[in-house]
Design a protein around this ligand. Structure first.
Ligand SMILES: Cc1cc2nc3c(=O)[nH]c(=O)nc-3n(C[C@H](O)[C@H](O)[C@H](O)COP(=O)(O)OP(=O)(O)OC[C@H]3O[C@@H](n4cnc5c(N)ncnc54)[C@H](O)[C@@H]3O)c2cc1C
Ligand code: FES
Length: 272
């Protein structure tokens, strides 16, 4: 996992420039943010709070979906989110112009490098959120997009997100749905395993549901391929203070690490 943080973390008030439904239950918001986001890394996250609302009490974590620099030189952050409960439901009803409290960038992200061998990028459902920024940063680092294959999996075709954005970046995409409503009928790990029969990738990156991540980690380990997984846990402080996000890893002698501080991206070998 990369040491791509260490940059400034700041709390600020942002104003939504857009908050749009992009698929059933999925939204994408956009807002101008602090200049320090220009050095944010793919896989890092932010926490959000609705201003003037006491409920929910805790800030909520979201991956950085994209950071782009506007013509005025001001960075703009995008967050892709799924409506699952109280916070995300309220967030989805905020019109452009609403103000939010943003804290970040937080955590350690993916290792971004100009791999000269192929890379697989595997996203399950909303797990695709940090992967658009990852592919964009791999390209920026000088990686040939022709060497990048993005595997997108979901329950149904409405859970396959951002295919157009990946295609626009010139990378290969392969999709799988569990109900067969789009492309391969089954789990996303099946097209990944088929691809691995002929590709010799330098790295597999993945973000998605726990079961998918463990399966991808196992595939990578058995094929002896470097693999980084972005994992989710419930979080309270998001800053490494409350210990609410501790997970067992083999990366340190104490046997556990904090997802918000040491992750959310971990080497698969430390988790599986
Ligand atoms: C590092 C990190 C990055 C994340 N990035 C994104 C993202 O880019 N887009 C996105 O839509 N979501 C992301 N999440 C998950 C997001 O934080 C939760 O969906 C959100 O906090 C739910 O808040 P809520 O009040 O709407 O739902 P709640 O009412 O709090 O919860 C609704 C349901 O979702 C479950 N849930 C809540 N938080 C999490 C969590 N962190 N992990 C797993 N299950 C959870 C609860 O157990 C419950 O079943 C991320 C989480 C982490 C830890
Ligand atoms: S959420 Fe508090 S230590 Fe990670």
């Amino acid at each position: 996992m990369s040491e791509n943080t260490g940059g400034r973390v700041a709390q600020e008030t942002i104003e939504l420039t857009e908050n749009k439904r992009i698929s059933d239950g999925y939204f994408r918001l956009r807002a101008r943010c602090g200049a320090h986001y220009a050095s944010a890394g793919a896989g890092q996250f932010v926490t959000l709070r609705l201003l003037d609302q006491t409920e929910p009490l805790l800030r909520r974590p979201f991956s950085i979906h994209q950071v782009s620099i506007g013509s005025n030189g001001i960075p703009e952050i995008e967050i892709l989110y799924r409506v699952v409960g109280g916070f995300t439901s309220k967030l989805s009803r905020q019109p452009a112009g609403s103000r939010l409290d943003l804290l970040g960038p937080l955590g350690h992200g993916f290792t971004v490098s100009a791999h000269t061998r192929p890379a697989a990028v595997v996203g399950g459902g909303i797990g695709v959120a940090p992967l658009v920024f990852l592919v964009w940063q791999l390209k920026l680092a000088g990686m040939d997009p022709d060497l990048i294959t993005v595997f997108l999996g979901g329950q149904s075709k409405s859970d396959i997100l951002c295919k157009d954005r990946f295609e626009h970046m010139g990378v290969w995409t392969k999709t799988a749905t569990e109900d067969g409503s789009l492309d391969f009928h089954g789990l996303v790990t099946t097209p990944l395993e088929t691809w691995l029969k002929t590709a010799a990738p330098a790295m597999i990156y993945a973000c998605g549901p726990h079961g998918m991540l463990m399966a991808v980690g196992k595939i990578a380990r058995s094929a002896n391929i470097a693999c980084e997984l972005s994992i989710e846990t419930l979080m309270a402080c998001g800053l490494g203070v409350c210990m609410g996000c501790a997970i067992q890893t083999s990366e340190n002698s104490e046997g556990y690490q904090h997802v918000c501080k040491h992750g959310p991206v971990f080497e698969a070998a430390a988790l599986t």
